[in-house]
Design a protein around this ligand. Sequence first.
Ligand SMILES: Nc1ncnc2c1ncn2[C@@H]1O[C@H](COP(=O)(O)OP(=O)(O)OP(=O)(O)O)[C@@H](O)[C@H]1O
Ligand SMILES: [Mg+2]
Length: 313
Amino acid sequence: MSILSVKNLVKTYKRRKTREILTAVDSISMNIDKGEIFALLGPNGAGKTTTIKAICGLLLPDSGVITVKGEDVVKHRSTALHHINAVLEGNRNLYYRLTPVENIIYFCGIRGEKITRKDAIALLEVFGITDRSDDLVQQLSRGMQQKAAIATTLATKAEVLLLDEPTLGLDVSSAIELRRLMKEIVSDHGRTILLSTHDMNLVEAVADRVAIMNKGRIVVCEKKEKLMKLFTARAYRIRLTQVSEGIMSLFASLEPRDIQKENGFVDFTVDLTNQEVLFELVERVRQSEARIESIEQEQVNFERIFLKYISDQ
Ligand SMILES: Nc1ncnc2c1ncn2[C@@H]1O[C@H](COP(=O)(O)OP(=O)(O)OP(=O)(O)O)[C@@H](O)[C@H]1O
Ligand SMILES: [Mg+2]
């Protein structure tokens, strides 16, 4: 059974001036299993943060049902929300007038959990901010605040963690450290993570499943491996030699991209939707002066998968 279930979630906002209704989340459904890292991807304004806020009870949905461990987030709010903890955009889950250590102790405390100062410091150490553990949060840099916010969420025993753009503002080594930590808390502590992000490297590194959102809807929801496989079989990098002027016009209908010309070679990439197209391409080269030097399957790139789904809409 899924630990987190979202069914036909709808959330609209009224625009301030025009009073026009904006549908931020347009009847989305998803089931997230225990122990899964589930990534929500999508362009700005797709509805990711709205979805996360509805799940953690910060927004009341217009309609739809959200349950955590079978408990309805609206009807059985406190029981359901006890299983959840979230890091939202802008680190709003921290008290700015407390230190990072105090925040950790406080937020565990209000959930009825105890954590020692030593353990709190150990968590901050993971992110390399122990030397700032006694400064007020308001005195820390944005990236340090983000680290403190994540550490505070990880410190609690909540089984489901919602992370809205967790790597935003983190430096490279902290982002890598966070990836390791996310995998660890899922594999060693059996927790579940729902994250929203624009960080394709993060998705590639940690996600089990990916949902791509656009304009309030989920356009695709698949296991990450499957999504990547779908694409890797289709993108080819082709190198031609003995090319004459205007050779590329032969391939215009295949929408070649990343075209490079140098030292008598032309390299380009095509997305092939079926085998026929590959044969057609070879045939066109055969009828020209050019020769194929190499055809290589392109390394899959998550960013491209993402853009493809968004542009198809
Ligand atoms: N409080 C609000 N009042 C009115 N409209 C809102 C409000 N919050 C969000 N919206 C609108 O809802 C839509 C979805 O916004 P949301 O913040 O959920 O997107 P997002 O996917 O998180 O985007 P981003 O990647 O930029 O964080 C946007 O059009 C946004 O302008
Ligand atoms: Mg957002």
